[in-house]
Design a protein around this ligand. Structure first.
Ligand code: IPD
Ligand code: CA
Ligand code: CA
Length: 276
């Protein structure tokens, strides 16, 4: 597939950057001052005025800069021009639960998909003051310095991260067996509570791999392109090509990809045996 020109990719990356930085400042200003925290439906799935204000600031920028593109924003849904090849996936506050508790692990995550493929991404964590950027063919950076994934080759030397979706009380697919088994096999499994923080932490080599289910395109679109451009690999759990709408992804430094995919498959039988 022919990609948009380098100049266009650079322009879109700058628009994504301006958007995450603008929203990030709003998040910084409102932290610890929330008057209203609501549940969106499922227990624990929160929305605050910070999510809403941050999202409006992004929508304002995108509507003026790329009016012919389509938008998928977590709090506002689908907007913009239907049928466009471009779709901006916006999570104005990824890690809302952390944010509502004052736990500093959240980011603004904005990814641009071109014909369904992550093309450009920017993730800004206002608490660490870290700006991750990436665009297909242009590499990935943290605060404008190039980044690379780790070189860890063995699962037993790796540090991983995962998460648990809000539907965990309603589905047998809880991710609990996988979490236990990988905790057993590796140097540890962390749970940050922000998918974009997880993906970008793998991208810059702090962590070696990440898996999760029950995600939405706005959680992962930006992180995917940043991680791939940092030399990482992103697929479905079984290593087949990722379908972003499936919400289930395996994202690693590439070296441990196959081992982690196999381990995910072994988790449930292992847990049953462990407790029998
Ligand atoms: C959530 C975070 C979390 C993941 C959830 C997401 P939100 O996003 O990324 O790490 O486990 O599945 O929904 O609700 O904080 O934007
Ligand atoms: Ca999210
Ligand atoms: Ca969110």
């Amino acid at each position: 597939m022919e990609l948009p020109s380098q100049k266009e990719r650079e322009l879109f990356l700058d628009i994504a950057t301006e958007s995450v930085m603008t929203a990030g400042i709003i998040l910084q200003d409102l932290v610890g001052q929330l008057e209203k925290i609501e549940e969106k439906g499922r227990p624990g799935d929160l929305v605050t005025e910070a999510d809403k204000k941050a999202e409006s600031s992004v929508l304002k920028i995108l509507k003026s800069r790329v009016p012919s593109h389509q938008i998928l924003a977590e709090e506002s849904g689908k907007l913009g021009t239907e049928g466009s090849d471009y779709l901006w996936a916006i999570d104005p506050l990824d890690g809302t639960t952390n944010y509502a508790h004052g736990y500093p692990a959240s980011s603004v995550s904005i990814g641009l998909l071109f014909k369904g493929i992550p093309l450009v991404g920017a993730v800004y964590n206002p608490f660490r003051q870290e700006l991750f950027r990436g665009a297909k063919g242009l590499g990935a950076t943290l605060n404008y310095r190039p980044i690379q994934v780790s070189k860890t080759k063995e699962l037993n030397k790796s540090l991983l991260v995962t998460g648990f979706a809000y539907d965990r009380r309603e589905t047998p697919d809880t991710n609990y067996p996988e979490f236990c088994y990988l905790t057993h096999l590796t140097q540890g499994v962390r749970r940050s509570g922000s998918a974009s923080v997880d993906l970008t932490d793998v991208a810059c080599g702090r962590l070696d791999g990440y898996w999760e289910r029950g995600l939405s395109p706005w959680d992962i679109a930006a992180g995917i392109v940043i991680l791939e451009e940092a030399g990482g690999k992103v697929t479905a759990y079984d290593e087949s090509p990722l379908i972003i709408e499936s919400g289930r992804l395996l994202a690693t430094n590439g070296e441990i990809h196959h081992g982690l995919s196999q381990a995910l498959d072994e988790a449930l039988p292992w847990l049953k045996k462990f407790y029998s």
